[in-house]
Design a protein around this ligand. Sequence first.
Ligand code: UD1
Length: 375
Amino acid sequence: MVWWSSKIIMNRKKVISVVGARPNFMKVAPIDRAFSEYAPDIEHIIVHTGQHYDNNMSGSFFQDLEMPNPKYFLGVGSGSHSEQTAKVMVAFEKILTKEMPNLVIVVGDVNSTIACTLAAVKMHVKVAHVESGLRSFDRTMPEEINRMATDAICDYCFVTEKAGEKHLRESNFPEEKIFFVGNTMIDSQLYSLGKINNDILLRYNLESHNYALLTIHRPSNVDGKESLAMLVDVFSEMAKKIRLVFPIHPRTLKNLEKFDLLDKFNSIGNIVKTEPASYLDFLSLMKHSKLVITDSGGIQEETTALGVPCLTLRENTERPSTIEIGTNQLVKLDNNAIISTVDDILANKIKVGSVPPLWDGQASKRIVNIINELI
Ligand code: UD1
């Protein structure tokens, strides 16, 4: 080895980014792309905890997002919250011991986020949290606990919207820990919009702007028989007015079976039921839909960036800019409330929104430039 290349390797910095569940992949893909500008000085390693493991919840995303395969796959799979979190911690600690990175990046609010943060902080490895500061103030959501705990112990907080900065400041986080950088999920969206086509519309016989897209998986909506039965009624009512497209999350499907709701659900006409869609197919479905009904976190942001009306079936949101600036509306889990809001949209009484500051496709570059200075 010539002297200068061994010098580069000796001075080389190492950053590990963690992905685990479906909403993580689109946040890390553009960060990985931004790190390629700093190669070989910074080595960027992707670790996949395996919290989500089905191809359509995980594998297809790597291809769609042009993301390299992870260097490590921890294969933790499902389990109770403690079981899943603990399994990720044990497996990730071994990777940290082997790789000794200068920094770990965690994104979002899933169990893998807090698990890897805990493992790293206890080994005195610096941690940056991307999508920091968001709060629903609803402690019954597992994601809220993950957000609060991750922010409390991480070293650097990368914030997607102004409310995030505000919450961190109110909790007395030191100013030098907080960076308002924008939204890496929107980096992925803007990068991918040029790649989508209408194939999925043709496959399901859908007319652009003449169908509603549904995504429901949150425990508060699907883990109780009463709420899930009510949603089946709502969808049945909606299908009389507009064609529905429903990529079904495994949690939701399991519970439709568990609560004996499958027959009723299957009797709904005018609905396309699919497995969870790939990233590009889902982006195409969102972009061409008349409206989206969801309980997801990220989809509230993605519809706001696309300017598509979004009804979020929750009591609260940790992403207030999608309501204050964007196209999102909170609707409580009530048959009449949902149907009358849908009727408004079908009658073109639509909430017009705009795109929140710094959701411009450059968030990942900002993050990586800052990290380069920090490490
Ligand atoms: C998780 C995240 C949530 C995120 C959601 C996106 C936490 C606490 N929750 O919730 O924030 O919005 O992912 O999907 O981290 N399953 C499969 N195949 C898979 C993955 C899961 O069949 O690839 C099954 C599991 O066995 C389980 C159910 O789906 O029964 C739910 O999975 P789990 O990871 O526990 O939580 P999510 O509801 O997906």
